[in-house]
Design a protein around this ligand. Structure first.
Ligand SMILES: Nc1ncnc2c1ncn2[C@@H]1O[C@H](COP(=O)(O)OP(=O)(O)O)[C@@H](O)[C@H]1O
Ligand SMILES: [Mg+2]
Length: 246
């Protein structure tokens, strides 16, 4: 089953007299274990698409399904559970809280889930270790480099053990070395822990490392590069279709 399925999804915004179509009739799917980049110029609809996948917004038309269930059929408590537990989010500007330590920033999402203090510490420490920052638990964001801060943001996204991590231009504020280290870390979490990633970027350094890329242009989606397993499964589906026609 697809983790995420978009069927003819459009998203329109109205600002006074002006109408903007941010997404136009988009079909898209994410399978468990995928590592997908959404690329395209600024204003092409990348953030809109990530917000729809993360159930932070709803489509103007068409359907978004998560684990086979359409989002508009889910109740508020189920949506809250998805947003806070099944999905992890990483933002371009890290969004860390400056007065909290790395460990406290990482444990924040756990406060919503009624964990005991000691459990929260252990889970947060484990997530920091997963991004190679276990020695920096007591550091505050301004004592860390840009690359380290972004890794804290990755640890915070990981701490609830989500199935899917959504990252909006995660390397945009990083130098090349840190950008490559971050994509290496994301790939490692993908292959070793099976975490599914969907991220937006127009960073060529990053796109060179990715085997599945879709591109948005003015809200229209096209496929740029496809992983071999998807090409294979599509050709099997095409064969099946052809034999049905024959
Ligand atoms: N909340 C909003 N209200 C009005 N227009 C919006 C809103 N969010 C995005 N847009 C418009 O939708 C289009 C796509 O935006 P966005 O998804 O942020 O693109 P990207 O992330 O690729 O830069 C842009 O034209 C943007 O101005
Ligand atoms: Mg954006």
């Amino acid at each position: 089953m697809n983790l995420v399925q978009f069927s003819s999804v459009s998203k329109r915004y109205t600002l006074g007299e002006t109408h903007v179509t941010a997404l136009n009739d988009v079909d898209f799917d994410v399978r468990p274990g995928d590592f997908v980049a959404i690329t395209g110029p600024s204003g092409s609809g990348k953030t809109t698409m990530l917000n729809l996948i993360g159930c932070l917004d709803s489509p103007s038309s068409g359907q978004v399904s998560i684990n086979g269930e359409t989002v508009d059929s889910l109740g508020e408590s189920e949506l809250d559970r998805l947003r806070s537990r099944s999905f992890g989010m990483i933002f371009q500007n890290f969004n860390l809280i400056p007065v909290l330590t790395a460990l406290e920033n990482v444990s924040l999402p756990l406060h919503l889930h009624g964990f005991k203090r000691q459990q929260m510490r252990e889970r947060a420490q484990e997530a920091l270790a997963a991004v190679g920052l276990d020695c920096y638990a007591a550091f505050k964001p301004d004592q860390l480099s840009g690359g380290q801060r972004q890794r804290v943001a990755v640890a915070r996204a990981l701490v609830t053990r989500p199935h899917l991590i959504l990252a909006d231009e995660p390397t945009a504020s990083l130098d090349t070395a840190n950008a490559l280290a971050l994509i290496g870390l994301m790939k490692q979490l993908n292959t070793e822990r099976g975490v599914t990633f969907v991220f937006s970027t127009h960073d060529d350094r990053l796109l060179r490392q990715v085997s599945r890329i879709v591109e948005l242009r003015d809200g229209y989606l096209s496929v740029v590069r496809e992983t071999p397993d998807r090409i294979a499964s599509k050709s099997v589906a095409n064969e099946a279709q052809r034999s049905e026609v024959l």
